[in-house]
Ligand binder design. Structure first.
Ligand code: SF4
Ligand code: SF4
Ligand code: SF4
Length: 437
């Protein structure tokens, strides 16, 4: 293959990653991250490989890299979490990692000797401290995020308890799987190295389930644990008042984060930069019983995104000077506030007036995520080397980039017919495997 010059290859790599389901902010920190993580050869391979899951022989065809060389480059990229490999049928399929969930998390989950973890942490920290890194994905009111909040068990008001579905219960998610792994929490690991970790939450918390366990364990990002160990891990996190947030899908949830307000880049994206959709809300919202509330303020201190403000009480005759006021527009329905209101039980979660639509599968989530961010054409026409596909990509990309069209497609009615057309398309292209997860 014709080689691209040093600076140019990293520009192209930035463009490639920006076309994936989670867009990137092309600031200086980003290019420094790319340069320290990818060798020029690896960068060139990622630029030329297809966007979607592809077997090695297709990547060989698309990149022109000789088979043995290609295998060793792919292995090196997978070990670094920069390419993801999945066993489907008789062989591995590969795809480039997006920034989130992907390059950031997997880099900061790496363990072993001779790793430049501190340097990576500082670079990612600079990248995340730029508001635009959040705005490129959520600045236009995008609603589909890779992550959704889970309400804590025991925090839902008894009148609404039957409204909690299995996919919203951490324990049911664990029970639905047979394989489990735990790895380092990327955000806490990053903040540990930058000196910003203020909590005493352990690093070894990040939970992976099901098919993803194979990838995580094979490449040393996590270690296998038993179901009991996983449940103990979650119980400890609940005890510490951490937010449970997981894969934004209903079926085959593959990870469950346990986040603290000081380290979690997702929570900081809400509390510091004000983009509430970074974690899609659960179907519940915090609600206070002012008749029993004692105005202690524990709920307000516990809320990880500052959604509860203690304001002067309207009726000081109760003897309480302050009452909590909940900012409904940012509450993610996690229930952490309710965990802290154990004395009076005045703070509970109640069901939202309108149910939130969480994607059924990863395929649905990726399609909707790309649709909102104008990158769907790259998922449909995954081989950047084919001229005819380039023309089609231009056509579809232009079509999807029209904001009103995007908005129409996102409306509920169009959304389901659009998704069913996309699924039929995947079957026609003999990519049924994409629909399984
Ligand atoms: S999202 Fe939360 S649990 Fe996941 S890596 Fe970040 S802080 Fe850790
Ligand atoms: S923790 Fe409970 S009692 Fe204390 S202010 Fe909050 S709602 Fe009221
Ligand atoms: S008020 Fe805060 S702690 Fe309570 S559910 Fe909403 S986001 Fe979670």
């Amino acid at each position: 293959m014709g080689h691209l010059a040093g600076k140019e290859i990293y520009q192209k790599l930035g463009d490639k990653i920006d076309n994936l389901p989670f867009r990137i902010n092309k600031n200086d920190a980003l290019f420094n991250i790319l340069k320290v993580l990818y060798s020029p050869e690896e960068a060139e391979l990622v630029v030329k490989m297809p966007y979607g899951l592809s077997p090695a022989f297709q990547i060989e065809k698309a990149t022109g890299i000789e088979k043995n060389k290609l295998n060793s480059l792919l292995e090196s990229l997978c070990t670094k979490g920069l390419v993801i490999d999945v066993w489907i049928g008789k062989r591995y399929f590969y795809m480039p990692s997006p920034m989130v969930v992907g390059i950031f998390e997997l880099t900061m989950m790496r363990t072993g000797d001779n790793l430049n973890t501190k340097e990576w942490a500082e670079l990612f920290n600079k990248y995340m401290n730029d508001e635009n890194s959040y705005a490129v994905n959520f600045g236009k009111g995008q609603q589909i995020s890779p992550v959704r909040a889970l309400p804590h068990e025991g925090t839902i008001h008894e009148s609404d308890y039957t409204e909690v579905l299995d996919y919203e219960r951490a324990i049911s998610i664990v029970e639905s799987h047979k394989k489990f792994a735990i790895g380092l929490c990327s955000c806490r690991h990053e903040k540990l190295h930058t000196g910003e970790k203020r909590c005493d939450v352990p690093l070894e918390t990040c939970a992976t389930f099901g098919e993803s366990v194979d990838f995580m364990v094979r490449h040393n990002f996590a270690i296998k644990v038993t179901k009991t160990e996983m449940l103990e891990n979650l119980a400890r996190s609940k005890e510490m008042g951490l937010v449970f947030s997981c894969d934004n899908v209903k079926n085959n949830v593959s990870f469950l984060c346990q986040c603290c307000s000081c380290c979690c880049n997702l929570l900081l994206g809400i509390s510091k930069f004000g983009y509430p959709n970074i974690i899609v809300t659960s179907n519940f919202i915090a609600d206070i019983n002012t008749n029993t509330c004692e105005g202690c303020g524990k709920c307000s201190k516990a809320c990880p995104i500052g959604a509860i403000e203690m304001i002067p009480a309207k009726n000081p005759e109760t003897g309480h000077k302050k009452v909590p006021h909940i900012n409904n527009s940012i509450c993610i329905g996690c229930g952490v506030c309710s965990l802290k209101c154990s004395k009076t039980g005045s703070m509970k979660l109640i069901k939202r007036n309108q149910r939130v639509i969480h994607p059924e599968t990863t395929y649905e989530r990726v399609i909707l995520q790309c649709l909102e961010r104008g990158t769907l054409q790259h998922q449909i026409f995954g081989n950047p080397e084919k001229i005819s596909q380039k023309i089609m990509k231009g056509f579809i990309g232009g079509f999807l980039n029209l904001p009103p069209v995007k908005r129409t497609l996102m409306s509920e009615m169009f959304r389901s017919s659009f998704l069913s057309a996309m699924k039929k398309g995947a079957v026609k292209q003999k990519k049924e495997y994409l629909l399984r997860s």
